[in-house]
Design a protein around this ligand. Structure first.
Ligand SMILES: [Zn+2]
Length: 382
């Protein structure tokens, strides 16, 4: 073989190698492009409806002769189909917008909805114009089995479900959606519409000890990650607290101040929302001005997208029984949270429940500032 031939063969081999490398590179590029487009497509798919807690009575389902702790209800949640990875991907369930007045403008309502419990009675406050009087308005419903309606617009819940009430004057008709809920007790726990309740009126059993529930943790992680994307740091300051721990918290606050004062900030044992496993206090509770921080503002505006509500809102102190706590969020699922946020409600209003200790102790002033030298802290607040 001549030197020239050797060089030619060498050149041919190099060309073959080069072609092979080019082929491999194009395969890799094609694969990468495919993966990236796939991810983009997945990101645009809505992640479905919210996580609505569903109650399953474990004992009823298994049919076993369960005792004591086994009777505790199992809260099943419809899992988030895909994790939320950024704020822009957070699902905002649509909340129906109801008309506040009928066409023609004679009949108006302050709140275009009514939440009512079975056995409870409420009156729909109408605002009338054009010199129309209340006795000229006619009331009706599309479901007389669900609610009873009096000629003066007084509504009584008969069975759970959703229906409409109609207020009519002449040609005008105003439609007001009514949701009737049922309060049930399973193994000492109180549920309204699948939402576990813990407030001054409703306590949890001493041995109810679920820990911070995975659904809460998962939703909080998504929230925290979205906040991080906005350059904000929202972290878990205090999450789950069991009964025994709350005994210490409450007692230390009572001995440090007074029982009446402690009751506006700290829950009595069994009455703490932190024992539900659905509650998280965000960031440092030493910061009573959390509401004014960028984190506090973002949380108030966005937590509902992740299924949380600000549990003790400002201006609702008399309804919730607690002072405004901008850091305390409660998981209720995205569907409920979106409605509660949109309609600016406290959970008590949404579920038609009260929050009052039954021992007749008067509540201390709920809008009082913290006394000098006193700071709320993770260990003592509700
Ligand atoms: Zn709290």
């Amino acid at each position: 073989m001549t030197y020239a031939e050797i060089r030619r063969r060498g050149a041919k081999r190099r060309i073959r190698y080069l072609l092979l490398i080019l082929l491999l590179m194009s395969i890799i590029i094609f694969a990468v492009v495919k993966i990236v487009t796939g991810i983009r497509q997945r990101q645009t798919i809505p992640t479905g409806t919210g996580d609505i807690p569903v109650i399953v009575d474990a004992s009823a389902e298994t049919g076993e002769n369960t005792e004591s702790t086994e009777l505790l209800p199992v809260i099943e949640t419809i899992p988030i189909s895909e994790p939320i990875i950024s704020e822009s991907m957070a699902v905002t369930p649509t909340v129906p917008i109801h008309r506040r007045s009928s066409e023609g403008g004679t009949l108006h309502v302050k709140q275009p909805y009514l939440y009512l419990r079975v056995g409870h009675t409420k009156q729909i406050p109408l605002i009338l114009s054009n010199n129309v009087t209340a006795d000229q308005v006619e009331w009706s419903t599309n479901n007389p089995d669900m609610i009873d309606i009096e000629p003066d617009g007084t509504v009584t819940g008969l069975q759970k479900g959703s229906c409409n009430v109609y207020a009519s004057y002449g040609e005008e008709t105003l439609e007001i959606p009514v949701t009737v809920r049922e309060l049930i007790t399973i193994a000492g726990c109180t549920y309204v519409d699948g939402i576990l309740v813990a407030n001054k009126s409703y306590a949890l059993p001493e041995d109810y000890d679920p820990g911070l529930l995975p659904v809460t943790k998962e939703a909080f992680d998504a929230l925290s990650l979205a906040a991080k994307g906005q350059g904000l740091n929202i972290y878990e300051g205090s999450g789950y607290r069991d009964y025994a721990f709350q005994v210490k918290c409450y007692n230390s606050m009572v001995s440090g101040y007074s029982k009446a004062y402690a009751d506006t900030w700290s829950a009595r044992p069994g009455h703490s929302e932190h024992q539900t496993g659905y509650t998280i206090d965000c960031n440092s509770i030493d910061n009573e001005h959390f509401a004014d921080t960028p984190e506090g503002k973002w949380l108030a505006a966005n937590c509902y997208k992740y299924g949380f509500i600000i549990r003790y809102p400002k201006g609702k102190e008399k309804i919730t029984g607690y002072n405004y706590e901008s850091w305390h969020i409660r998981y209720v699922g995205r569907e409920h949270a979106a409605i509660i946020h949109e309609q600016d409600l406290a959970l008590e209003e949404y579920l038609d429940i009260d929050s009052v200790y039954r021992d007749g102790d008067p509540d201390a002033s709920l809008d009082s500032d913290l006394p000098d030298g006193m700071e709320t802290d993770t260990d003592t607040e509700e």
